[in-house]
Design a protein around this ligand. Sequence first.
Ligand code: HSE
Length: 437
Amino acid sequence: MDKVVNVGIIGYGVVGKGTVAALMDNYETVKRKTGIDIVVKGVADITIDKKQDEYLSKIDIVTKDAMDLITNKDIHIIVELVGGYTFAKDFVIKALENKKHVVTANKALLATYGKEIFPLAKKMGVDIGFEASVGGGIPIIRVMKEDLAVNNILEIYSIINGTANYILTKMTEEGKEFADVLKDAQKQGYAEADPTFDIEGIDSAHKLSILSSIAFSTMVDMDKVFVEGISNIKPIDIAIAKEFGCVIKLLAIAKRHGNDIEVRVHPTMIPFTNTLAQVNGVFNAVYLKSDRTGPTLHYGQGAGSVPTGAAVAGDIINIARNIASNINVRVPVLGYEKQEENINIIDIKDIHSSFYMRLMVEDTPGVLAQVGLILANNGISVSSALQRESSVECSGCVPLVFMTHEVVGSQIINAVKEIDAKPFIKEKTVIIRVEGN
Ligand code: HSE
């Protein structure tokens, strides 16, 4: 007789619908590949109605109460697609306590409460799948945990927030102000009504926390990730970046140097020739450098009902195969049995990088000399400098831009503090890290 695995889905929003559609539309494909009957047994959502669509009309349990699924003894896998930290956390904990396998797309929950959730899953002997939590439809979590398992992963350079990438792409293509592009993106449904997590780098940091925990075999807490968003980027920075042969991207970067690791999210200037410079609009990409496989690039749709639903369905299939073979937790949740000891997260002040600095200065004699002296006193070597005519950015002052050779973060931070205290400075100095040369 065929094996049957029953799934209960909590949250029937964009990703919930995509998951149900993936499993029901491609039922025969999944059955042919797995030999398993993967059945959407129940769907829960506070606003659900069985008559809402053709999928729900074919599902046994359609309920407003998630506990109807969590406590149902026929359901093997609970899929949490509610989002946020409150109800979602409660559902996941209760599902694990009820010995259900869990699949979730909730990066904020895992990056913040993974320390509680992962050990509980281990204790209960059940799996947690979270492929859809990073990069939407891009297969990356299982690739890192399984296919690259022989490797030490040395570097991650990624674009893992489609909203921020869409805004920067539009600013680059159309020369518009950040606020105008954001408003357009909201109108078109590319940015949420409250875009804070996306534009301030928090969503990318949640995802980087997950990727780097897998890469470096240690739990990298969200609060250890340095985060800076894109809301201070001005068209002038994008235009000058272009003159230097660069684009500005919100990158999530993690690197390993022995036992020291860097984990940081910030706007970054990268040359046009860098592969990540070609990742535009809402697309995501993750570049990995592994010690044996070498560089790999993983590119695709970072959000959306269909690709994200397919990633969730991929986790469900993976767990269903384990259930059908009577195996649980074949692969540890973050890909390691034993945590690496003595991993040290480097403070942003100690991280080496080249910098772009934009000063808004009074156009008077001696300004350049004074700035030059501050840079020199902080051991900062300039690789290029340029001054622009007075612009709309700041009436009565001119933009003065420096590109530096590689320095330590603290050198720049100290120099900017001294520079910004000078009376000839008209606006806070903007710094952007430069990578990928
Ligand atoms: N808000 C995310 C983004 C999509 O803009 O990429 C879900 O991870």
